[in-house]
Design a protein around this ligand. Structure first.
Ligand code: BEZ
Length: 262
């Protein structure tokens, strides 16, 4: 077994993620063009996961620090030789390794997991930036994976679970998120919302058990969980499984560059 923690308290397994969700980093490669990292810059990767994109930015000569709430993911990032720490995005300044000012904060496919207090996350990012520093990110936007979310919620509800207590995602409209950034003091330089239908590497059941864990793990491991996943899969097949057997998920992304004033 690898040195990476196999599973952590949040339910993340870096191994499952690498198998079933590698596309998340692959599809955001051009987000690095938005970041335009320069050699010698210090950059914080917020929600670095297993460090796949962090590593690519480091290859441009930037001095990277990854941060993630998952110990399993941070262990996997460290196995790539990266500096990475486990921390809550709502308390970045409390972590010694992060108590410095960065040229940029980068984030891919992580901000939508930080649903408890998105404004606090933005304010912590602002505080970690040098004057003139930039926050460059991509996240799920309003409507992201909407049919999947609707069916996960409906099938959980039908089995006696209150969907709001399980639903882990915050997919804001562009206007709502840019308002939050402006409230924190950022100037918005560029933003874009776009649909990105995404071919999954395997069956939707793998996506569900890897990326919708807060719903799936509400059901006891075994028959109850299998029945839930099967019911969700069955209801989504008509809309998402193509004739060739490939599953395509309706991703909707928000990207932005926001700058802290000088
Ligand atoms: C996303 O990157 O949009 C996403 C990832 C996992 C679950 C839901 C959405």
């Amino acid at each position: 077994m690898s040195g990476a923690a196999e599973i952590d308290a949040g339910g993340w397994r870096a191994g499952d993620y690498a198998r079933n969700a590698r596309f998340v980093a692959e599809l955001a490669t051009d987000l690095i063009d938005w970041l335009a990292p320069a050699p010698g810059e210090t950059i914080l990767d917020l929600g670095c996961g297993d460090g796949a994109l962090t590593e690519r930015i480091a290859a441009a000569g930037a001095d990277m620090v990854g941060v993630d709430g998952s110990a399993s993911m941070v262990a996997a990032a460290r196995e790539r030789g990266l500096t990475a720490v486990v921390a809550d995005a709502r308390a970045l300044g409390a972590v010694a390794a992060l108590d410095r000012a960065f040229d940029a904060v980068f984030s891919n496919a992580a901000l939508h997991w930080m649903h408890d207090d998105p404004q606090a996350v933005i304010e912590h990012v602002f505080a970690r930036l040098k004057p003139g520093g930039r926050f460059v990110a991509e996240m799920g936007a309003s409507g992201n994976v909407a049919p999947i979310r609707a069916v996960l919620r409906a099938e959980a509800d039908a089995r006696g679970h209150e969907p709001d207590t399980l639903d882990p995602w915050y997919f804001p409209t562009e206007t709502a998120y840019l308002d939050r950034l402006a409230t924190a003091g950022f100037h918005i330089e560029r933003s874009h919302t776009f649909e990105r239908p995404t071919q999954l590497p395997g069956d939707i059941a793998d996506w569900l058990t890897t990326l919708a864990r807060p719903f799936v793990t509400a059901f006891a491991h075994g028959a109850a969980r299998d029945a839930y996943v099967a019911a969700v899969r069955e209801r989504l097949a008509g809309e998402m499984r193509h004739r060739d057997g490939q599953w395509v998920a309706p991703y909707v992304r928000l990207r932005f560059i926001a700058r802290k004033p000088d």
